[in-house]
Design a protein around this ligand. Structure first.
Ligand SMILES: Cc1cc2nc3c(=O)[nH]c(=O)nc-3n(C[C@H](O)[C@H](O)[C@H](O)COP(=O)(O)OP(=O)(O)OC[C@H]3O[C@@H](n4cnc5c(N)ncnc54)[C@H](O)[C@@H]3O)c2cc1C
Length: 471
């Protein structure tokens, strides 16, 4: 045996890295193995960060084109996007963050970092092949699998054409796509569609189901659809892509809809049809770890069916978010360090932001999810058309909904569609985590004029209509 460690962590993304660091800080001897060239995972190199860097430029460009509404007259045709500069800015920021992550890890004397591919050989053994081809065997007491997820393949003929990209590849495209077809109306598809549209692409979205964002409150998703259409994005619902055919410089995307079949021309196609757990080459067959297409099976302490082997983040299946992976990783580290009652994240507490335009924030249970969980659900609403901050900002077409338990008035979930909805997510997460009641929300004193007043007004609205419900 070449090496013996207390904990082997496989995967240096937002799940594995914080877990490895917390364990090393707590005194465990840890080996963290990462297959890419730097720490940060999908989030840093292909997901959250690069997509939001492009999104930020798209947002600023959109603001410039809307400046006239605010009394600012700009020489429109002179506003140009410098895609190469944007790509260089993106690379520099990613590099800066990757270097900082590596420096933080290297300061921990109990943490050894190895870049290479890890594979389980048994319940307590793994091999690591470094990027230079050197192979070592590692014995461990505990292993954490944090290998993340990869894009689902697009199951149609022509998906392998060079014009068809997944989300990671399109973020590095050599230029802004001229005519982009996005296949998939989930969070990644919608974010990318609006972002590339603002950057200058002609965009069409094809969604198999009757509406976009199936996991989100229907009323808010339908409102967002209307925004997409108003912005000039073509939306094809109940649309099944049949085939992609090469033609000249681009492709034809052939599709079926209720009223027949047709095709549209595209220079680029983005396949955004979900992600699946990354189990490839992990050696699970050498263990008793149970898994399916949805991910590695774990119990409430994130232990797999093989005692001593745990899993965190995307590899355990949905929800697939960076902050979720980190919360799992840190809770697991606390558990393995023997800390008392570590707080493992529970699905009813999940918070997310879809960086659409306007942004869509979700926290806790949806209305239908709460009903399925057996609650009698009340809904407190706030329409941003009456909101001072939203009116000032010129984005007053939005809605906030608070879902609460009618018997206790506890907040179960919050969803909002409005520009900058992300700024509401932190408070919403705390309301749910702490079991706050509508009465307490209504007593909150939030600064004026800010979007944060919306939850207070929504709660007051319910309590004024039903004063006897004040708890
Ligand atoms: C386009 C896009 C946008 C996104 N935007 C957001 C967002 O705004 N907010 C948000 O919360 N989430 C977002 N996500 C999701 C987020 O990126 C993931 O949920 C998060 O990265 C999961 O973290 P993880 O640690 O589980 O896995 P990952 O980040 O995927 O990290 C897994 C790591 O394991 C490594 N690895 C895999 N196999 C091995 C092996 N055998 N040996 C060694 N190393 C291995 C990989 O190289 C990788 O670095 C986005 C995703 C995409 C694709």
């Amino acid at each position: 045996m070449d090496k013996r460690v207390e904990v082997l962590v496989i995967g240096g993304g937002p799940g594995g890295t914080p877990a490895a660091m917390a364990l090393a800080q707590g005194g465990k001897r840890v080996l963290l193995v990462e297959a890419a060239a730097g720490l940060g995972g999908t989030c840093l190199f292909e997901g959250c960060i690069p997509s939001k860097i492009l999104h930020e430029t798209a947002r600023r460009l959109r603001e410039i084109t809307q400046a006239g509404e605010f009394g600012i007259h700009l020489p429109h045709p002179l506003v140009q996007l410098d895609w190469r500069h944007l790509q260089a800015r993106k690379r520099a920021l990613l590099q800066r963050r990757a270097t900082a992550a590596q420096q933080r890890a290297s300061r921990l004397k109990n943490l050894e970092l190895q870049f290479g591919q890890a594979r389980l050989l048994g319940a307590r053994r793994a091999e690591v092949v470094s990027h230079s081809g050197e192979r070592i065997e590692v014995e461990f007491d505990t292993c954490i699998l944090a290998t993340g997820s990869i894009p689902n393949p697009l199951p149609v003929r022509g998906a392998d054409l060079p014009q068809v990209s997944s989300s990671d590849r399109i973020l590095d495209a050599p230029c802004v796509p001229e005519r982009l077809v996005v296949i998939g109306g989930g969070p990644i598809g919608i974010e990318m569609a609006q972002m590339f549209h603002a950057l200058g692409s002609d965009v069409s979205v094809m969604q198999r189901g009757p509406r976009i964002l199936p996991g989100v409150d229907e009323e808010l998703a339908v409102m967002l659809q209307q925004h997409l259409i108003t912005q000039g994005i073509k939306l094809y619902l109940d649309c099944r892509v049949r085939r992609i055919c090469h033609t000249g410089q681009g492709v034809f995307v052939q599709y079926d809809m209720e009223d027949g079949c047709d095709q549209i021309y595209a220079t680029d196609v983005l396949a955004a049809v979900g992600r699946r757990p990354n189990l490839e080459g992990l050696g699970l067959e050498n263990t008793t770890v149970a898994y399916s297409g949805r991910g590695i099976q774990v119990d409430e302490t994130l232990q797999t069916t093989e005692p001593g082997i745990y899993a965190v983040g995307d590899v355990t299946g949905p929800p697939m978010f960076a902050h979720w992976a980190t919360a799992q990783g840190l809770a697991l580290a606390a558990h393995l360090l023997g800390r008392e009652a570590p707080s493992f994240p529970r699905p009813e507490q999940v918070t997310a932001v879809i960086f659409s335009t306007p942004e869509l924030m979700t926290a806790g249970l949806s209305e239908s999810g709460a009903r399925e969980a057996g609650f009698e659900v009340g809904v407190a609403r706030y329409d941003f058309s009456q909101d001072a901050r939203a009116q000032i900002g010129g984005y007053d077409n939005g809605l906030l909904k608070i879902f609460y338990d009618c018997s206790t008035l506890k907040v179960l979930g919050v969803q909002a569609l409005v520009a900058n909805a992300a700024s509401l997510a932190g408070e919403a997460a705390l309301l749910i985590r702490s079991g706050t009641t509508l009465g307490a929300v209504a007593e909150g004193i939030h600064p004026h004029p800010t979007l944060s007043e919306s939850s207070v007004s929504a709660a007051r609205g319910v309590l004024m209509e039903h004063p006897h419900q004040c708890l």
